[in-house]
Design a protein around this ligand. Structure first.
Ligand SMILES: NC(=O)c1ccc[n+]([C@@H]2O[C@H](COP(=O)([O-])OP(=O)(O)OC[C@H]3O[C@@H](n4cnc5c(N)ncnc54)[C@H](O)[C@@H]3O)[C@@H](O)[C@H]2O)c1
Length: 283
């Protein structure tokens, strides 16, 4: 999971192999700040939590799977990797949340203030991916994906806006699916297009509070969510046909963009979506 341990690209990896370099940028101004990250038990949320802690950021790591996020936080907190600039690691505090519950987000904000005395960044990362054709999707499936992926982002952003000071930043996880539709994922595509659009509305409204709101649009990233692609050679070949860089991305490569968006380097960037997709939005 460590972004410091992530192997450098050698060029020898075959198509489909995940390769990546650790983000080079350190962003020392992040040290001592506090972030809430949802969906932090595994996948990108876990890598984000660790990557932030390794830059001195304290993290409230929240997930619907409390046992898993506790284990993730324990692993990160036990890590021995030195910080790139020799500073102090951030602490990761696990928390339970179901992002469809507005009160749950309020609790996360309160926890951040109680544990760390401040709240600077909010990463609406939790998401679900139902594989279902538009013609077949059930009312329960569409309800679940829109609630978690869209309402979860909205409720998280509302809590962030209530509890963050000017200068704070919100990052929402959208997807290449916001702009490129594929068979079998109509509901997911609709939810992620909503996240991208909601991000723009939030940026316009929360600019008055001095808050920035951006989204990240990953393509195929190596996590549990894409395990079904990785384990099916035909599906993997088909997926990589739509990726100009001919490989999956790593969570660490998405972390690099997250760190930029939270940093002072992005202080005049709001209402924007950054693709981390190996170019697949064009294919
Ligand atoms: N992996 C990809 O290729 C990819 C591509 C584009 C966008 N994304 C988006 O990035 C985000 C992270 O994806 P990932 O690949 O790390 O996924 P993942 O499935 O590995 O992890 C998602 C995490 O969210 C948690 N979660 C799910 N529902 C929740 C809820 N209601 N409340 C709180 N937590 C909940 C899960 O328990 C899990 O720990 C998601 O929003 C996803 O849609 C992923």
């Amino acid at each position: 999971m460590s972004d410091t341990a992530y192997p450098p690209a050698t060029g020898a990896e075959g198509p489909g192999r995940v390769v990546g370099r650790r983000p080079a940028a350190v962003y020392p101004e992040l040290a001592g700040s506090t972030a809430v990250v949802t969906g932090a038990a595994r996948g990108m949320g876990a890598v984000f939590s660790e990557g932030l802690a390794l830059r001195g950021v304290n993290v409230v790591a929240a997930d619907i799977d409390l046992d898993a996020v506790k284990a993730t936080a324990e692993t990160i907190n036990a890590g021995q990797d030195a910080l790139p600039d020799g500073g102090t690691r951030g602490r990761v505090v696990p928390a339970a949340v179901d992002v469809v519950d507005p009160a749950g987000h309020e609790e996360l904000a309160r926890l951040a203030h109680a544990e760390f005395g401040r709240l600077d960044h909010w990463v609406n990362n939790a998401g679900v991916f139902p594989h279902a054709f538009v013609g077949d999707i059930s009312p329960e499936q569409i309800d679940a994906v829109l609630k978690v992926n869209v309402q979860g982002v909205l409720f998280g952003s509302q809590a962030a806006a209530r509890h963050m000071r000017p200068g704070g930043a919100i990052v929402n996880m959208s997807s290449v699916s916001a702009v490129r539709v594929r068979k079998g994922r109509g509901a997911y595509c609709a939810s992620k297009a909503s996240v991208a659009h909601l991000t723009e509305s939030l940026a316009v409204e929360l600019g008055d509070e001095g808050l920035r709101v951006n989204s990240i649009a990953p393509g195929y990233i190596d996590t549990e969510m894409t395990r079904w692609v990785q384990e099916d050679p035909a599906a993997l070949r088909h997926a990589l046909d739509s990726v100009p860089l001919h490989r999956l991305g790593s969570p660490q490569e998405v972390l690099g963009v997250l760190l930029f968006l939270l940093s002072d380097s992005a202080r005049y960037v709001t209402g924007h979506s950054i693709a981390v997709d190996g170019g697949s939005r064009h294919v």
